[in-house]
Design a protein around this ligand. Structure first.
Ligand code: R5P
Length: 289
């Protein structure tokens, strides 16, 4: 196996290469004056190439990973795996308004055509159960819960684990149980792209809470959860997200709502990164699934 990294995902790729004891090679990227991209791989490609690129701000990045898969196969790779620690377009998994596409399926067909295997961390799967339903190849979404639970056990003993909405229930439950902490899940009302109300009922007594969500984008969900916790008299509030998208203004919104500390997994490089996920991907690569 050889790990092939895009420059913007080099740090994660390096951690992965070290974890699986594989060589790391950087792709060469070129941008033509008209905005088109070209990638060049080492022509002595490995039999199994593992392309690493996280796909936040996805549109240009996606096309380049498709070019990389083609280049690697032409250079002789028999198996090409994509490791995308953050996988975009998973939330548009149905036609919400007439006239819209199902972006999740469009992306899935594209990736399945180029890659033998796709691995990601905590894909936002709502109406489909497994990533293979969205990406018809050996695709797998790996749970970040073990890494989050380890962090909670070490740094947040006695905190209440809070999931902002029903979708967060599976990992909040898993983290709560694995870390031996009380947990609860709220009910979210989305009133607009940047407006969210979170309702928390029957909260167990706690001085400190850690809100855990898969993504922070506008920050409205974490801010809504923090406001609801404050209403219940819990003032020591931290937040952890798996994917630190943080649109402009998101962190300020979350802080103003009362969150003291924001942390994230390293699926998207960001100053809040505190929890490493490369070991989770390494285990999946080394295993057979
Ligand atoms: C949605 O259901 C997700 O789990 C997140 O709660 C959501 O994507 C966060 O987005 P925002 O930060 O814009 O509220």
């Amino acid at each position: 196996m050889t790990v092939i990294a895009f420059a913007d995902s080099r740090a994660f790729a390096g951690r992965l290469a070290r974890a699986i004891r594989a060589p790391l090679r950087l792709l060469r990227e070129h941008r033509f004056p008209d905005g088109e991209s070209l990638v060049r791989v080492d022509p002595r490609a490995a039999r199994h190439a593992v392309v690493v690129r996280t796909l936040d701000r996805p549109d240009a990045k996606l096309f380049e990973v498709m070019l990389a898969a083609d280049a690697l196969r032409r250079a002789g790779a028999r198996q090409v795996t994509l490791v995308a620690p953050y996988l975009p377009y998973m939330r548009q998994d149905k036609v919400f308004e007439p006239g819209e596409p199902v972006s999740q399926r469009v992306l899935g067909a594209m990736l399945a055509q180029a890659f033998d295997r796709v691995l990601t961390i905590e894909a936002h799967l709502h109406r489909v159960r497994t990533l293979r339903e969205a990406i018809p190849c050996r695709a797998r979404s790996i749970s970040a819960a073990p890494a989050l639970a380890r962090w909670m056990r070490t740094h947040a003993r006695e905190a209440l684990v809070v999931g902002p909405d029903a979708e967060s229930a599976p990992w909040v439950r898993q983290i709560g149980r694995a870390a031996g902490l009380k947990w609860t899940v709220g009910r979210k009302e989305r009133l607009g792209d940047r407006t969210v109300r979170v309702h928390l009922e029957g909260l167990p007594a706690a001085r400190r809470a850690v809100v855990i969500d898969d993504i922070a984008s506008s920050g409205a969900t974490l801010a809504g959860a923090a406001k609801a916790l404050l209403k219940h008299g819990i003032a020591e509030i931290d937040a952890i997200v798996v994917h630190a998208i943080f649109a402009p203004g998101a962190q300020q919104l979350i802080r103003r709502a009362g969150v003291r500390r924001m942390l994230s997994c390293d699926t998207i490089a960001h100053p809040t990164n505190a929890i490493r996920c490369a070991p989770l991907i390494a285990r999946a690569l080394e295993g057979s699934s």
